[in-house]
Design a protein around this ligand. Structure first.
Ligand SMILES: Nc1nc2c(ncn2[C@@H]2O[C@H](COP(=O)(O)OP(=O)(O)O)[C@@H](O)[C@H]2O)c(=O)[nH]1
Ligand SMILES: [Mg+2]
Length: 434
């Protein structure tokens, strides 16, 4: 799709009553286009203007960013009006009569990308920043919103000469006796291969942090589920008693615990019961187990899990973590906790191990983390495995095409591959005025 620069406008703040609303306009020749409404102020200087149209007289703070030094790279004007949604709609409608149409979601960012004002990785980070719900998620998005990761630049620097050599070997090998030394190539690119694997692992951890970790807490009645749930949530959300069958519904809370963004689910205890309400609660556990990233199976120290629970968890074995509760009563090996006393270090370690590949949340701050990024990193790592695993006597066409492949994956990652559908997917996920 070709860059369009017809003038667009959109509210940059939600259409709700508020102190201030921001309306953004972007396009070519805004000074002339908006002349009937106002005389644009000096570039980048906030100035009060009275906007008069249809009988309205709105005192607004106006900012003008002439092209190319603006968010989109085009002329940009921002109006800060009083935060009345009706007023904002009327202003947008009036802008329409001046030839400024309403933007599509993400259209400002699309223009920023096409005009080279922003990279795809940065745009994705900014989208995540807007959507982040916990401290870790905000920090992660901020860490990614800056410059492109250095390892990408470094990867290109290392790949480029080998691509040239491989191409020369393909084009002139036979006649000019130009051969590609795969021994040297492997030696030189091994650190890169290792790095891609490291970045992929960090990205998988980052993906969990970005999306929030869905943790289901299950176990027999009185196993300490609600106590653990409350301890992780940092608030008393679930009722805790020593009466079996207290929790009957699924409770959900979103929180951050020790740097881990969690979506926690407390459940009804699993046991044979005639109580119809309790049984309904138990019936809800199946879908929850399906959706969970990790299932915490709570077993009081010194006990064995019942046959009923073992059968329920059997299909999910791969994501069940057995947690020993009441560790204050009996010392047991494994992941032992006493949530009522705040003894949870073993659980923290186990969660990092199972979900973050042993990394601390802080170690994942700059990691790539969207589904798209993680998938591309996996492909990159695999491509390098294939390249470095080639037989030394294979024809140069093979390494040449794999090097091209790796290069292409990097370009898709950074968004320089304009044909990639990732761009469209990104914009559709944006809110209006972004
Ligand atoms: N001593 C000790 N008591 C606990 C522990 N965890 C929970 N409890 C107590 O065990 C009882 C049942 O806990 P609760 O969280 O309601 O269990 P649930 O039925 O699995 O949700 C309550 O009286 C809790 O205070 C623990 O680790 N140690
Ligand atoms: Mg409970």
């Amino acid at each position: 799709m070709l860059p369009a620069s017809d003038p667009i406008c959109a509210p940059a703040t939600p259409l709700l009553p508020a102190a201030v609303a921001v309306v953004r306009v972007s396009g070519g020749g805004l000074a002339r286009l908006l002349a009937p409404l106002l005389v644009l102020p000096e570039p980048r200087r906030a100035s009060l203007r009275t906007l008069a149209w249809d009988g309205f007289r709105e005192r607004a703070l106006v900012l003008y960013f002439p092209a190319p030094e603006s968010y989109t790279g085009e002329d940009v004007v921002e109006f800060q009006t009083h935060g009345n949604p009706l007023l904002v709609r009327r202003l947008l409608r009036h802008l329409g009569t001046l030839g400024v149409r309403l933007a599509e979601p993400g259209e400002f960012t699309r223009r920023a990308l096409l005009n080279g004002k922003q990279g795809l990785l940065e745009a994705e980070a900014l989208r995540d920043l807007v959507a982040a719900e916990t401290d870790t998620q905000v920090r992660m998005a901020q860490a990614r919103a800056g410059a492109q990761p250095g390892w990408i630049t470094e990867a290109r620097r290392r790949l480029a000469p080998w691509m040239a050599r491989a191409e020369a070997a393909v084009d002139y090998g036979e006649d000019e006796k130009i051969y590609l030394n795969l021994e040297d190539l492997a030696l030189d690119l091994e650190p890169l291969r290792a790095q891609f694997h490291v970045e992929h692992r960090r990205a998988q951890a980052g993906q969990h942090l970005r999306d929030g970790i869905r943790l289901a807490v299950v176990g027999r009645p009185n196993a300490g589920k609600s106590t653990l749930f409350n301890a992780l949530a940092g608030e008393d959300r679930a009722i805790v008693t020593d009466i079996p069958g207290t929790t009957r519904d699924v409770l959900e809370v979103r929180c951050e615990w020790r740097g881990l963004p969690l979506r926690l689910f407390d459940t009804a205890g699993l046991r044979d019961t005639e109580d119809p309400v309790e049984r309904l609660g138990m019936a809800r556990i199946g879908p929850l187990l399906e959706a969970a990233d990790l299932v915490l199976h709570l077993v009081p120290s010194g006990e064995e899990a019942s046959g009923l629970i073992q059968a329920t968890l059997l299909p999910f074995q791969g994501k069940v973590l057995e947690v020993r509760t009441f560790s204050d009563r009996a010392a047991v090996p494994g992941v032992a906790v006493a949530a009522n006393l705040g003894h949870l270090d073993a659980l923290e370690g186990a969660l990092r191990e199972r979900l973050l590949g042993g990394l601390a949340p802080d170690a994942c701050l700059g990691a790539l983390a969207t589904d798209r990024q993680v998938e591309l990193l996996a492909e990159l790592a695999e491509q390098m495995d294939l390249l470095l695993g080639l037989r030394r006597d294979c024809p140069p066409e093979l390494p040449a095409s794999m090097l091209q492949g790796a290069w292409g994956l990097l370009s898709r990652l950074t968004g320089e591959d304009r044909a990639d559908s990732a761009l469209e997917a990104l914009f559709s996920g944006f809110c209006l005025g972004k």
